[in-house]
Every structure is written in C-alpha cells, then in structure tokens.
Design a protein. Structure first.
Lengths: 111, 111
C-alpha cells in the first residue's frame, strides 16, 4: 500500500538557519504530494502541494520539488523564523481523495 | 465562512460510555473525513464519505460509526469508549483532487 516516510524529529534550529525536512514516499502511479503544517492547538493547514513530477510547490518561503526518480518531496526554507515553529506533515494521494500521512516532524526555532 | 467546525473541543469519558463528535462544513464540499492523531503515528483515517449518503471505512474503523447527515454534517460515534480511543480527532472536507480543509480538533480522553 501507499506510505510516506519523513524525517524523525524533533528538529531544533536557530532563527535564520536553513531548513530541510526529508520526505520519501511509496506509491504506484503518479500521486499528488502535499506538505501540511499544524500550529500548536490548531488543525492542519495546507502549506504547499505538487501534482506531477518536477513540479515545485512554494508558499511562505517554503519550497518542495516532486522528484519521481528518488520518490522524494523534501521541504526547504532558506531562513526560518520563530513563527515557523510547528509540526510538519508530508502526505500523498493517488486518487485525489484519501490522504496518506507521514508521522510528522516537530520543528522548534529558537531566537 | 467558518470553514470546518467541530464540537466539542474537549471531552473526558469513562470506559464504556458513548458519545458523538459533530462536524460541519460550509464550503459545499462533497467529501468529508474523520482522522485520529496519536503521538508518533501521524494522522490515520477512520472513516470517510465521498458524497452525501455514502460512507466507507478507512485505516482504523473498529469501535467507531459515522453518519453523513446531509452534505454539511458528518458525525463520528463511539458506542462504548475504550482507553485506546484516547486521541485527538480531526474532521476534514474537500472536493476530490483538491486540498483537504481541517477542523480545529476534539481532544478526547477515556479513563
């Protein structure tokens, strides 16, 4: 079945540091890929998405590129802020409905 | 627009008690979902409804029932709560292929 593996957390960085959170997937066909973010005490919000190979999703300074050859969708940001502290989830869907999530990566940014 | 709303926000039950978690969306979406979130497990799909009048089991349906009351509302019922059902429950809605919108969650503790 489909699965998503993402970087174990927690991750702690200093403000303005470079961020990478790794995500790899297993799925047949051509899934759509997503990054969701969960701020403390809230539900999940879509951060960015990519629907086909070599697409780059971007939002709020975050980027991720759909790499079919390595089955990866790593999340990056060039300069993180304290307000980026949250839990980040990588997810995929093959049929446009049910999402398969990774286990989440907790990110803490210290001033 | 309120988006996706859930009630209650918090609930404590004793083993064997029953309760219903309510979810409503005002975005006219056809699809609705119930997930549970547990530490280190990410989000797991309990049940989903692709359209009004239909429901299907997800990854972890045992111990739960659902009702798609109308297009707006999708409820989750625990008939006889068990400590293993202590979790945070999220409702979501979407149109197929597009992003899922999540509610703020219900934190349930079963003692």
């Amino acid at each position: 079945g489909d699965s998503v593996t993402q970087m174990e957390g927690p991750v702690t960085l200093s403000e303005e540091a470079f961020l990478t959170i790794n995500c790899t997937y297993t799925a047949t066909g051509y899934p759509s890929l997503f990054w969701y973010v969960q701020y403390p005490g809230e539900g999940l919000q879509l951060l960015l998405k990519a629907t086909k190979a070599d697409d780059k999703g971007s939002n709020k300074g975050f980027e991720a590129t759909y790499r079919k050859e390595t089955t990866s969708f790593h999340l990056e940001k060039g300069s993180v802020q304290v307000s980026d502290s949250a839990v980040y989830f990588c997810a995929l869907t093959r049929r446009g409905e049910k999402l398969t999530f990774g286990t989440g990566t907790r990110l803490t940014i210290i001033p | 627009n309120a988006g996706v709303t859930q009630t209650p926000k918090f609930q404590v039950l004793k083993t064997g008690q029953s309760m219903t978690l309510q979810c409503a969306q005002d975005m006219n979406h056809n699809s609705m979902y119930w997930y549970r979130q547990d530490p280190g497990m990410g989000l797991r799909l309990i049940y989903y409804s692709a359209s009004e009048g239909t429901t299907d089991k997800g990854e972890v349906p045992n111990g739960y029932n659902v009702s798609r009351l109308n297009k707006r509302e999708f409820s989750l019922r625990l008939e006889s709560a068990a400590p293993s059902q202590t979790s945070v429950y999220f409702c979501a809605s979407s149109e197929p292929v597009y992003e899922q919108y999540f509610g703020p969650g219900t934190r349930l503790t079963v003692t």
